[in-house]
Design a protein around this ligand. Sequence first.
Ligand SMILES: [Zn+2]
Length: 319
Amino acid sequence: MKYIIGIDIGGTKTSVSLGNTQGKILARQAFPTKDVRSTLAQTKRIIHGYLGKPKTQNRRILGIGISCAGPLDLTKGVLIKSPNMPTWRNVALNKVFSKAFRLPVVIDNDANAAALAEKTFGAGKAVKNLFYYTVSTGIGGGLIIDGEIYHGASFDAGEIGHSVILPAGPKCACGKRGCLEALASGTSIARVARERVKKSSLILKLAGTKQNIDATIVAQAVREGDKLAREIFQEVAFYLGLSVTNVIQVINPEMIVIGGGVSKAGPILFQPMIKTVRKLTWARPYRSCKIVRAKLKDIVGDLGAISLVLKKRQLLKRQ
Ligand SMILES: [Zn+2]
């Protein structure tokens, strides 16, 4: 049996896992992401631990996959900057790990890696073309064409969170107005709820204080019959549906996979969203596309990193 090491570097936590080629995670350690130096040192210590065991020593490892948040330069394997980690700038991740372990290193952004993980091990196993959304604090996306991540001319393909849905809409963290992320992310659900709640609102009762309101609480309020919460989710579902419609019209994918914390809301999000998509999309591409929830949940980052190495091996073998 051969093994793969997966590193998932996120804004709040980093996890380092050891998995096999079937996508089974055999060991996993996570810790809070800090500055570049201490985070990378801790990551290397964990990898040394995995390589120290006879079964998983260096020669049995196919490579190291790295999934991380933020724009990357994929030709150099460099993390350019990260939205939630201001001290992480121009980090040569590829070089650091290939030098330390003399193993092949493959890197990609978190949404692309997650899309590939869903294709390789999750909801999209049976299809070749899919678009993946992660709707969480922000909104990310990944496009899989013919089984491979499509990166685009400057590695920015799939950045669905920053497609403009409402030109005069709320300001987005990226500086533009009306991006999907500013309308339908967990952060925007919480912001809108805070703006609109009245003293008697169930949302406020569940949260305790305005500051405590988050997307999970708004979703709970929908399930308990709150009108305002339902309105907010219907708006979010409409904007997401609009986005999914545009993706289907352009790409004609076999599948749309939706993951991330907000997708856990389930039918209260999916039902009105699919209604919008059905209404606004041409019948043929709509019928050809399944819209499903992501399957891999909390280990999608680890499996994303692992699937990057598997895909790279496949491509090399084909040459
Ligand atoms: Zn934006």
